[in-house]
Design a protein around this ligand. Sequence first.
Ligand SMILES: *[C@@H]1O[C@H](CO)[C@@H](O)[C@H](O)[C@H]1NC(C)=O
Ligand SMILES: *[C@@H]1O[C@H](CO)[C@@H](O)[C@H](O)[C@H]1NC(C)=O
Ligand SMILES: *[C@@H]1O[C@H](CO)[C@@H](O)[C@H](O)[C@H]1NC(C)=O
Ligand SMILES: *[C@@H]1O[C@H](CO)[C@@H](O)[C@H](O)[C@H]1NC(C)=O
Ligand SMILES: *[C@@H]1O[C@H](CO)[C@@H](O)[C@H](O)[C@H]1NC(C)=O
Ligand SMILES: *[C@@H]1O[C@H](CO)[C@@H](O)[C@H](O)[C@H]1NC(C)=O
Ligand SMILES: *[C@@H]1O[C@H](CO)[C@@H](O)[C@H](O)[C@H]1NC(C)=O
Ligand SMILES: *[C@@H]1O[C@H](CO)[C@@H](O)[C@H](O)[C@H]1NC(C)=O
Length: 527
Amino acid sequence: MENPITSKCCNHQPWFVLLVFFVFCIELFSFDYSGFTAKKSALVTVLDDNHGTVINTQSSLPHDFTEITNASVYPLPKTDEKGDLKVGTEIDSCVGRYIFVHDLPSRFNEDLVNNCRLLTRGTDKNMCPYLDNLGFGPEIENPEDVLINNSWFLTNQFLLEVIFHNKMKRYECLTNDSSIASAIYVPFYAGLDMSLYLWGFNTTVRDSASLGLVKWLSEKPEWKRMWGRDHFLVAGRIAWDFRRQSDNETDWGSKLRFLPESKNMSMLSIESSSWNNDYAIPYPTCFHPSKDSEIFRWQDRMRRQNRQYLFSFAGAPRPEYQNSIRGKIIDQCLASKSQCKLLDCNYGTTNCDNPVNVMKVFQSSIFCLQPPGDSYTRRSIFDSILAGCIPVFFHPGTAYAQYIWHLPKNYTAYSVYLPVKDLSEWKINLNETLLRMPEDRILRLREEVIKLIPRVVYASSRSRSETLEDAFDLAVKGILDRIESVRVMIREGKDPSIGFADGDDYKYTFSTYDTSMLNHFKIFHMV
Ligand SMILES: *[C@@H]1O[C@H](CO)[C@@H](O)[C@H](O)[C@H]1NC(C)=O
Ligand SMILES: *[C@@H]1O[C@H](CO)[C@@H](O)[C@H](O)[C@H]1NC(C)=O
Ligand SMILES: *[C@@H]1O[C@H](CO)[C@@H](O)[C@H](O)[C@H]1NC(C)=O
Ligand SMILES: *[C@@H]1O[C@H](CO)[C@@H](O)[C@H](O)[C@H]1NC(C)=O
Ligand SMILES: *[C@@H]1O[C@H](CO)[C@@H](O)[C@H](O)[C@H]1NC(C)=O
Ligand SMILES: *[C@@H]1O[C@H](CO)[C@@H](O)[C@H](O)[C@H]1NC(C)=O
Ligand SMILES: *[C@@H]1O[C@H](CO)[C@@H](O)[C@H](O)[C@H]1NC(C)=O
Ligand SMILES: *[C@@H]1O[C@H](CO)[C@@H](O)[C@H](O)[C@H]1NC(C)=O
């Protein structure tokens, strides 16, 4: 994530420690894997091909589940007074897709929006204007020739939770009858709440809303049906902000996701953690088309763009990045002169919040570099896709291990991967490497990227007849599948808590995405 307000988080981030530890262990080769992950030693988890849903391949003894009856985990199809299935003229297309939205006390959502002035404390700008247009922000008044009219907004990257909630209010399969719901949505604005207290507040204050929320939820009748395993949250900040592992005041964030009730729920956010109950969904970009035709028009335009730069990078050349790949990237970009365009978002004259400026550069570039920043991910990934600019990734945690519901599993089909495992050994010359790419490969990659555009936008309200699935639709599908797989486990008599909220230490290491290490990965997991 690009915004400087997160810059504190990564000094203490567990992923880095885990990554270093893992690489260290591989090096030693003799490390005792079974001791390292003792709690998982008997468990084999695999990723489902289509959805990345964690499937437990080990059958296990049920425990704690005696109260869950087979019927209670099955949302029943609608019946008439006699209990007969409503069949005949129409089949209910919402069966299996009904979502019940908890009517939370306003302090968990609406109050945060209404007090948007206070949110300014946690961000470096006034958040109020960004809450316009159901969280899309103000419409861009002067799209120049870069954007298309009426579809682009000044969207703040942290407002996913507000956008998602507003889109959910128009979801076609809402129900007020929780007994037929396949999922329970908890519209807590966790990120906005957190942004009030991330800096200079003690852990008691930071955890206060989270504790209140889980208490409220666990007292509702909906809780007991599956003990929260059919509940999900959506957060507009990275999941690490809610994963404080101790009560040491110097640790970052809240412990929302380590509360016992919260462990039973799933959370969707702009960047997931390495725990299995966190899922990543795209950052909100500034493009919110209201008709499929606007998307088709935009895609056509991106196909026809004249791309004068071989590659570009939009980001902040900050001194603390000298020891990261960013420093090298910036140096190489400058050395490549007219082949590379550097968009300086921090000190330069360019305002990177205005999509006109970012899109102008990305639309003119063949490749867009996406190094990790303060955290693994950046909104820029999705800006690059929108512009038909082929993303170049340096770490599997930036996209491949994140957006499993939205981006293709075969990452070589839409991106270039230049992993940086050890900065001192990374000797790639970007200009030469990218220049060597054959023209037909570039055309195929770009076409794949352009095809992804509808999947990564949060569309404005659309009429039913339209056919494209947007980022919201895919997120809803993903979470419904996830919850359904938990129901299947319960039906089969398995304990759904197995694997549900486990930490997966390997999720964001290079091993999964590097064939030379894949064998070690497999061996370790089979021990
Ligand atoms: C649970 O319900 C499903 C679907 O109605 C049925 O197929 C299955 O046999 C039931 N299992 C038990 C243990 O009753
Ligand atoms: C877009 O809007 C501008 C003014 O806001 C107008 O001058 C221009 O003609 C519009 N373009 C199209 C294609 O409608
Ligand atoms: C649920 O109940 C509220 C308040 O009674 C009502 O406004 C809303 O339309 C209902 N929603 C559905 C999907 O029935
Ligand atoms: C935490 O901060 C709040 C207000 O900022 C204060 O009232 C409270 O006593 C503090 N708690 C602890 C344990 O320091
Ligand atoms: C809290 O963390 C800091 C910095 O990591 C450390 O110096 C300190 O000893 C820790 N305090 C406790 C009580 O563990
Ligand atoms: C979490 O779910 C398990 C069953 O999977 C249940 O035993 C436990 O009580 C739940 N925790 C809470 C806090 O509800
Ligand atoms: C390619 O980049 C290197 C630095 O990484 C630079 O020395 C070289 O001049 C560049 N070549 C061209 C053709 O721009
Ligand atoms: C992945 O995509 C590449 C490039 O399009 C293709 O050559 C390769 O066969 C694909 N791999 C799989 C497993 O589909």
